[in-house]
Design a protein around this ligand. Sequence first.
Ligand code: PLP
Length: 427
Amino acid sequence: MKQEKQYTLEDALQLDKQDSLASFRNEFYIRDGHYYMDGNSLGLLSKRAEKSLLISLDDWKEHGIDGWMDGQEPWYYYSEKLGEMTAPLVGAKKDEVIVTGSITTNLHQLLATFYQPSGSRSKILADALTFPSDIYAIQSQLELKGFSPEEHLIKVESHDGNTLKEEDIVNAMTDDVALILLPSVLYRSGQLLDIKYLTKEAHKRNIVIGFDLAHSIGALPHQLHEDDVDFAVWCNYKYLNSGPGGVGGLYVNNRHFGRKPGLAGWFGSRKDKQFDMEHTLTPAESAGAFQIGTPHILSSAPLLGSLELFEEAGIENLRNKSLSLTTFMMNLINQELSEHGFTICNPLEDQRRGGHVSLKHEEAARICKALKVNHVTPDFRSPNVIRLAPVALYSSYNDVFNTIRILKEIMDKEEYKQFKNTRNVIA
Ligand SMILES: *Cc1c(COP(=O)(O)O)cnc(C)c1O
């Protein structure tokens, strides 16, 4: 029988030495002796993000109201500038992206805009594994149009509780479906759906399709324009490291420019018309039309510095490193933890998974508590999922090695049994 390779600390150190992106780690504030594996929930602070935030604070200090036009980074054009900087990460034209709102508010906006039931074509198609907030938004938008979510929201079921089959999704694209909303990467299992294929199938059937990129933006490249996706939403505080509650983003295909925003507000105006103060809105001829109110500058500003790092590193390079980090992690899991009752529930193929490893274990809640006490930050999703996200910009192979080493020690010594197997308020 072939001897399986045994992975060691030396392998990790060697991989770090060969890593052309390794220097980006120095751009981040990383606590010594801590292993942060939760960058898919809240990315870490970079010095660049801190700097761009301080610039906006300085602009306020220096200019007061005139910071809107005269600051170092004029606030009036900030959301558009950030949209242009984000566009390469999602494969969009510069004016197809705007930084505004949050995932949930942007979903409300784009559902209000694109969900146009007509005749028997009145249902929304989503999936049974999606994030609750996305479902809540769909339910309330259906109710606002006078429909009952029980009848009008179709959820594609999963066969294994972890993943979806594209063919099931396509089979659910029936004549009564008006709009489809799907995740790019599923938040628990990390499954990456085939955006191009699903979009093509939806359009063959004249159905509008949008994606939630929360767990893929900043982790892997997208081709939203080329794939002809109608709309997309995301947050910037996960892989894009813009800080807690950082302002989100949206994409609208330029074929839809000129469409009336479902939820109108003055920041959706053409910028040269906005201060005419007319009671008739002249929407911007760009994704900017889907903004509502005054941009949250101080919650947008860290994104500017952060996006510079993505531009310098290159999203293709980041994806390659991310796949290599998660492969290394899965190899270590198979090597070290096979006796301990874990199941890897993310797809194993590179083209079918996002940026995190998803582990199932009956004792997941208290294993996570033990990891935290031992300076590893994982992420627990009720009832039994541990997500571990080594992030290409700032995680090292050494981090991955130590994370699994510590997890093995906790399991060997049954250290997790000191804790209750229940989730904390935030998990
Ligand atoms: C993180 C996340 C959200 C959170 O939405 P916010 O409006 O930013 O709070 C929504 N949907 C998905 C899929 C997520 O991963």
